[in-house]
Design a protein around this ligand. Structure first.
Ligand SMILES: Cc1ncc(COP(=O)(O)O)c(C=O)c1O
Length: 378
């Protein structure tokens, strides 16, 4: 479908094209020197000691959960208002997902008090997701984790380039995971990155990312090793040089892209407040620097969300829903998991939320079109 305003729009440039061509002509396509450079540049950008490029953020989350030692019998506290991969990857390890509510309809991130209420003697970890690139209350969450000796994993899929108190989101907890999927603030088509400051966790991730092997094809190509042992049950979660080459160029463009997103969000706020005051716009408070990954708004409780979205579609405006809460999906036992008000704020916010278009090359006139379309739809 031809949208007047799509939800997201990815524009790669001549820089990415040239970087890919260079890899194609180099004769080395699988994980090697370009990936190492990408990892070093991203580690420096977020201020982490170690970074591991992987084939997607779901793999990064799986590795993170394995590295902190999750398994059968463990409980992990996870937001429900997230993409389902945050929770599913917990289940890959055999651990049990325990959902916790969000802070409020003004701040759609997991709530420290709700986390503390869900802690039992089997709890091993807390997973946070920085919704839209806005920070969870990390100082409070880290205090809870310390008090109860829990690992903290940050799903920072939305949050590359975002920070709180000057510290990058993704580097507050034990492990952070970024996504470079095709609609993210920076993309490698499919791809992800895991960061950590912990040497032992890093070593586990290094081994698990590539079949549990002690050396890589790249090491052997360089003559640094001639054989290998397999010391753990690992996976093939490697990225390749083509994607890493795109990622290096995308990383250079990220700060300007995020800043432009921020300007467009400010314009949205101004126009929505003026023309549709009945709409609630979360994340108004000052809390760190966002990456402005998406533009969520909450419709009035009485509105018919799908009718609003359909009316906007007729006007050529694409919208989305972030997210159908994970606890309502069949594999999480929908009905029962709705738990009658136990995730009350998540349920309410999710029912009201729609996501408006946002991307760095969006024109100001397009923001006006979106605002007018939502006003007319309401
Ligand atoms: C919050 C969140 N977590 C995890 C993921 C999974 O990322 P990937 O598609 O790179 O596996 C996504 C991607 O859409 C996401 O938005």
């Amino acid at each position: 479908m031809e949208w007047r305003v799509p939800l997201a729009d990815v524009k790669l440039g001549i820089e990415e094209e040239n970087a890919v061509l260079e890899v194609l002509r180099s004769g080395w396509l699988t994980m090697g020197a370009v990936t190492q450079a990408f990892e070093q540049e991203l580690a420096a950008f977020v201020g982490a000691k170690h970074a591991f490029a992987v084939n997607n953020a779901t793999a990064a989350l799986h590795l993170a959960y394995l590295a902190v030692g999750l398994g059968e019998g463990d409980e992990v506290i996870v937001p429900s208002l997230t993409f389902v991969a945050t929770a599913n990857a917990v289940r890959y390890t055999g651990a049990k997902v325990v959902f916790a509510d969000i802070e409020s309809e003004d701040w759609l991130c997991i709530c420290p008090d709700a986390i503390e209420e869900k802690i039992t003697e089997r709890t091993r970890a807390i997973v946070v997701m920085h919704y839209a690139g806005f920070a969870c209350d990390m100082p409070a969450i880290m205090r809870i984790a310390e008090k109860h000796h829990l690992a903290v994993i940050e799903d920072a899929a939305h949050a590359i380039g975002a920070s709180l108190d000057g510290k990058a989101l993704g580097t507050w907890g034990d492990v952070g995971c970024y996504s470079f999927f095709g609609n993210k603030n920076m993309t490698t088509a499919e791809g992800g990155m895991l960061v950590t400051n912990d040497d032992q966790l890093a070593e586990k991730v290094r081994i698990l990312r590539s079949h549990g092997m002690t050396t890589l094809t790249w090491d052997r190509h360089q003559g640094h090793a001639s054989t290998y042992d397999v010391i753990d049950l690992g996976y093939n979660y490697r990225i390749d040089e083509i994607r890493s080459a795109i990622g290096r160029e995308q990383l250079k463009k990220l700060p300007a892209g995020n800043a432009r997103r921020g300007e467009l969000v400010a314009l949205y706020r101004e126009l929505l407040a003026e023309r549709t005051p009945q709409i609630q716009i979360p994340f108004e408070a000052e809390r760190g620097l966002s990456s402005y990954h998406i533009m969520p708004v909450l419709l009035p409780e009485s509105s018919q969300k799908e009718a609003v979205r359909a009316s906007m579609k007729v006007q050529g405006i694409q919208t989305s829903w972030h997210y159908p809460p994970a606890h309502t999906f069949s594999i999480y036992g929908s009905g029962a998991a709705s738990e009658e008000g136990r995730l009350a704020i998540t349920d309410l916010a999710a029912k009201r939320e729609i996501t408006l278009p946002l991307y760095p090359t969006m024109r100001e006139e397009q923001v006006e079109w979106v605002v007018d379309a939502i006003r007319d739809a309401l």
